[in-house]
Ligand binder design. Structure first.
Ligand SMILES: [Zn+2]
Ligand SMILES: [Zn+2]
Ligand SMILES: [Zn+2]
Length: 157
């Protein structure tokens, strides 16, 4: 075998020794992989690790959602009695209503129901609210946009 060339185990190409980086520790004085493969590998490594960095950032954002939510959570934790009291007062004021809303919210969250993005009244696309005709039937709702929802309640009053 010609001493001035060797086969790169990565790309399986027989290349001149000068196509390999110098490596004093190895017996032929050259690195195992050719320059091209080493460069390619470095690029892949960078790519992989930048993806890893992005994933880390994403995880951090998910673990630390927007500050307002974190702040209100902190407040709730620091004032558990007031919080429970407020929730209780709220439930007592609107018992079936809030229970129906909670049930619906849970159904949407768990994927049993889906919240549409189109108003069933005016077909407008946007933030859609759930209107309960009967709060004893939490899953029987009409989805409508805020203006339609307000109008609907005004019309009944
Ligand atoms: Zn190679
Ligand atoms: Zn509407
Ligand atoms: Zn309503």
């Amino acid at each position: 075998m010609d001493k001035s060339s060797k086969t790169c185990p990565k790309c399986n190409i027989d290349k001149l020794l000068e196509e390999f980086h110098k490596a004093t520790a190895s017996k032929d004085g050259r690195q195992c992989w050719c320059k091209e493969c080493t460069r390619q590998y470095g690029k892949e490594w960078d790519k992989e690790h930048s993806e890893q960095r992005n994933a880390d950032h994403k995880r951090y954002r998910e673990a630390h959602p927007e500050n307002s939510r974190a702040a209100s959570k902190r407040w709730q934790k620091a004032h558990p009695e007031q919080c429970a009291e407020q929730a209780k007062l709220y439930r007592e004021r609107q018992p079936t209503k809030s229970r129906a809303r909670d049930k619906l919210k849970y159904a949407v969250k768990s994927g049993r129901m889906s919240r549409p993005t189109i108003c069933t009244r005016c077909s407008k696309i946007g933030a859609i609210q759930a209107h309960h005709e009967d709060y004893d039937k939490p899953f029987e709702v009409e989805w409508m946009c805020k203006p339609c929802h307000i109008l609907h309640h005004k019309g009944r009053a």
